[in-house]
Design a protein around this ligand. Sequence first.
Ligand code: ZJS
Length: 241
Amino acid sequence: MTEHDTGVRIPLTPDEELLGADRPTIESLHTDAERLERMRADLEMGFRALEGTSGVSVFGSARVGPNEPDYALGRAVGAALGRAGFSVITGGGPGLMEAANRGARDAGARSIGLNIELPFEQFANRYLDLSLTFRYFFARKVCFVRYATGFVVLPGGFGTLDELFEALVLIQTGKVRHFPVVLVGRHHWGPLWDWVGDRLVSGGYVSPEELELVTLCDEPEDAVERLVSGARAQGLAPEAA
Ligand SMILES: CC(C)=CCNc1ncnc2c1ncn2[C@@H]1O[C@H](COP(=O)(O)O)[C@@H](O)[C@H]1O
């Protein structure tokens, strides 16, 4: 199909069906009443399956291979979190999501993947004890926050940045409190955080105190220490802490 083709397309995912509902080029497959019911069902599926879970959500690139140094870092982070008694929750996909789930498995901790329906074929990674597939991105995002006491953010691209900045906005606007956000891998995150300081703080877009919402580190154990103290502040210490 070309850019100028005005034929009507069948949406490839529920998100595309919802977001394209008012465009003549996307075929509507549901009424709003049906969409609302499907959103409710998506949230209900997550709430039921994750009831009682109190873990750490770990984000990171879908594109890093098992032989790359960041994969080893992600696996070590998953294992350190697992040893501290946290369940490890990821997007359930390949790359650094897989690395963190694999690390959780190494430590004998509960390993959870919150997958999303994508327009291309994709597989959940092999290291999951619980694998859920959400229809809607927003429902999945609610679960990443609700069932975690903090976020670990490994190196990544747009998806990872989206998850990082969503957490920062939730904290900044008082929607979640005492919620640690730990960026692991200074080689990746250092330049971004320098830019936040140089441009956003200097320009008055972000306050200097808001820079403190994030912890940067290289060592999995440093990340875990911050997550344990955050969990305690929320009244939810992990089992082994
Ligand atoms: C190879 C490929 C693109 C597979 C996509 N498969 C995916 N499966 C599950 N979650 C994903 C996927 N892609 C992106 N995400 C989400 O976005 C983040 C990674 O995006 P990125 O690669 O940094 O931008 C992950 O933390 C995850 O929550």
